[in-house]
Design a protein around this ligand. Structure first.
Ligand code: MG
Length: 167
């Protein structure tokens, strides 16, 4: 049984994961418009992954006998200034997710909600991966600078990403 405040916080995270999926879908569309199909592919898988995170939380709430509440959400940004701008925006977004999850873990821990603590443990580890992957792409983009050849090489590599893996 989840406490009322814990349930509210978990539902907020569920909605934030759905929002994240929308953000990445919007980025995928931006890349499509700009002929960067590898980046677009990478972002569409990123969106799928966020939806899976949301579903993990959805199932957790249901298993605990809580009520899932899907709320209205803001429209994501739809324009950026090139791939580096998008990836930097992504890193900031993931850092926000990390801080929200850390906070959830802290609340669960402080209220002796052990099952919720353990549940969010997976997300804490996942965030380390998320941030590392995005940082690596940023590093590569910084290295190639304005070289369109470099950007197309990164685009090709990101196009190889398989569902369920980062690259
Ligand atoms: Mg996520």
């Amino acid at each position: 049984m989840l406490s009322e405040s814990m349930l509210k916080a978990i539902n907020e995270q569920l909605n934030f994961e759905l929002f994240s999926a929308n953000v990445y879908l919007s980025m995928s569309a931006y890349f499509k418009r700009n002929a960067l199909n590898g980046f677009a592919h990478w972002m569409s898988l990123q969106a799928q992954e966020e939806f899976e995170h949301a579903m993990k939380i959805f199932n957790y709430i249901c298993n605990k006998g809580g009520k899932v509440e899907i709320s209205a959400m803001d429209a994501p940004t739809s324009e950026w200034n090139g791939p580096l701008d998008v990836m930097q925006y992504t890193l900031i977004h993931e850092q926000e997710v990390t801080s929200r999850i850390n906070n959830l873990f802290k609340v669960a821990h402080e209220s002796n909600d052990h099952s919720t603590s353990v549940f969010f443990h997976w997300f804490i580890e996942e965030q380390v991966q998320e941030e590392a992957e995005v940082s690596e792409i940023i590093d590569k983009l910084v290295l190639v600078g304005d070289s369109s050849q470099g950007i197309f090489m990164i685009d090709d590599k990101l196009g190889l990403r398989k569902a369920g893996s980062a690259e």
